[in-house]
Design a protein around this ligand. Structure first.
Ligand SMILES: NC(=O)c1ccc[n+]([C@@H]2O[C@H](COP(=O)([O-])OP(=O)(O)OC[C@H]3O[C@@H](n4cnc5c(N)ncnc54)[C@H](O)[C@@H]3O)[C@@H](O)[C@H]2O)c1
Length: 450
């Protein structure tokens, strides 16, 4: 099928590349022409495991292309995936202006009927507005559009795998034709019939993805309800961590046992600096605002957000207790990305933490395995180091902010010897307290006995 993808950010690029990988002819476009030129030159604007090889192969085989002119991309396709950003407005609502902008563009340039699929995360009832907008904007041409919702559940860091091996594919539709077309698009994924770029030589056995057909409103609600629940789990684990700390218990032991209950599950139950990224914080806010506008006080989620925001302040307090005075101290930060295996620092806890530490007068040196380029642009005032050892050299405290695997394997003896004071504050419970203590570090983590 001929497909166009509008918005070549994280979701758009993964969606476009994976749809091409499973055999469709895909044209991607973006209003950031710099991004399109980067992609045309063979470079990727984001770091994501397997994505480079998937994009390269699909381009070579002629199934994936990038166009600066959105009209070109739209006219070339039968189905259009909208993958533009829906960032938060100052009041927490999702900013849907990019969706509106794209609707106007699609309606104006299309000459034949199209299926328009919202993949961006949007509040319930956006599909209805989109359908209406397309109709209004296409008044002159009279072009007909079907609208569908197809929320995306991929996780940055394992996005290609998640797209190709989803646990469920949710499609919100209002008519059979849209459902049929979407099923055709996803058939290779549903039947797991494609050459998997992730698992070589063969994919491990796994249950087939569940195909879930709902109304558009439900599909939109499913995405917000899922992300908000994940955020809730994290904040819950963090409150348990605070209590464990007061009682002399170990939160890792507690949540491990709690998560082994299949009714609860182990994912998203890790105590630490809290959640960040381009999804959970903004989706949580947008969900609360959506509920409020419809007379539902989702105070449970307001508390989830409050707990999360407090994590940074608590970590600063921990640092202050260990360092006595923060002002003027040289501090090393390990990790900037909002989670490992991505270079994404949008709404990352590191950003808020750095802001607060700088306010306190700390002197910072930071290192991240992948997010240095993005950090350089977003935080030009931040001193970046070439590696973890350079960041730690001469530091009076080392703060672990992102749980990159490579940090586990550092030569901690070497780090201890190079630091002015062997003090670690582990915001992700990445290291073993006993091991760090035996190496001579003063070591503090989250919800575990020091
Ligand atoms: N990042 C994730 O892990 C993830 C996962 C699931 C869902 N989502 C949702 O998917 C959507 C996109 O997220 P993302 O992380 O890819 O964002 P992103 O900011 O990385 O990408 C959005 C892209 O849309 C482009 N864009 C904006 N307005 C446009 C317009 N009018 N015309 C064409 N292009 C336009 C931007 O230039 C950008 O490249 C959001 O709604 C997000 O909540 C994200």
């Amino acid at each position: 099928m001929k497909i166009s993808v509008i918005g070549t950010g994280y979701v758009g690029l993964v969606t476009g590349a994976c749809l091409a990988e499973i055999g469709h002819e895909v044209v991607c476009t973006d209003n950031d022409t710099g991004k399109i030129r980067t992609l045309e030159s063979g470079k990727l604007p984001i770091y994501e495991l397997h994505l480079d090889s998937v994009v390269e192969k699909a381009r070579k085989e002629g199934r994936l292309s990038f166009r600066e002119d959105p009209a070109d991309a739209v006219r070339a396709s039968d189905a259009i995936f909208i993958c533009v950003g829906t960032p938060p407005l100052p009041n927490g609502d999702a900013d849907l202006s990019a969706i509106d902008h794209v609707a106007r563009m699609i309606a104006t340039v299309s000459r034949t009927p199209k299926l328009v699929i919202e993949k961006s995360t949007v509040p319930a009832q956006t599909g209805q507005q989109l359908q209406k907008a397309l109709h209004v904007y296409a008044r002159e041409s009279g072009t007909k559009f079907h609208v569908a919702s197809n929320p995306e559940f991929l996780r940055e860091g394992t996005a290609v795998q998640d797209f190709l091996h989803p646990d469920r594919v949710v499609v919100g539709v209002e008519d059979e034709a849209a459902e049929k077309q979407l099923k055709e698009i996803y058939r290779p994924v549903l039947e797991q019939k494609f050459n998997c770029p992730v698992h070589v030589p063969a994919c491990p056995p796994a249950p087939a993805p569940v195909w879930l057909v709902t109304t558009i409103n439900s599909a939109e609600l499913i995405k917000h309800a899922s992300n908000s629940f994940l955020a809730l789990k994290i904040s819950y684990a963090n409150m348990v961590a605070d209590l464990a700390e007061k009682l002399g218990a170990n939160v890792d032991e507690v949540v491990r046992a709690v998560g082994l209950d299949p009714r609860i599950g182990p994912a998203f139950l890790h105590a630490g600096l809290g959640f960040g990224g381009f999804c959970l914080p903004k989706d949580l806010q947008a969900f609360v605002r959506l509920a409020e506008r419809h007379g539902v006080n989702f105070s449970l989620l307001k508390e989830t957000e409050r707990i999360n925001l407090q994590r940074i302040e608590q970590f600063i307090e921990k640092t202050r207790r260990a360092l006595w005075v923060i002002k003027g101290k040289q501090i090393a930060l390990l990790g900037l990305a909002f989670k490992p295996n991505t270079d994404d620092i949008r709404f990352a806890p590191s950003v808020a933490l750095i802001e607060r530490l700088l306010e306190e007068g700390a002197r910072l040196r930071a290192y991240d395995p992948e997010a240095m380029e993005k950090a350089r642009v977003a935080m030009p005032q931040l001193e970046l180091s070439t590696d973890a050892y350079a960041a730690a050299k001469g530091a009076e405290a080392l703060l672990i902010v992102t749980e990159w695997d490579e940090f586990r394997r550092l030569d901690w003896k070497k780090i201890r010897d190079s630091m002015a004071q062997p003090l670690i504050l582990d915001g992700r419970n990445l290291l073993s307290p006993a091991e760090m203590k035996s190496l001579g570090f003063e070591y503090h983590s989250m919800g575990r006995p020091d």
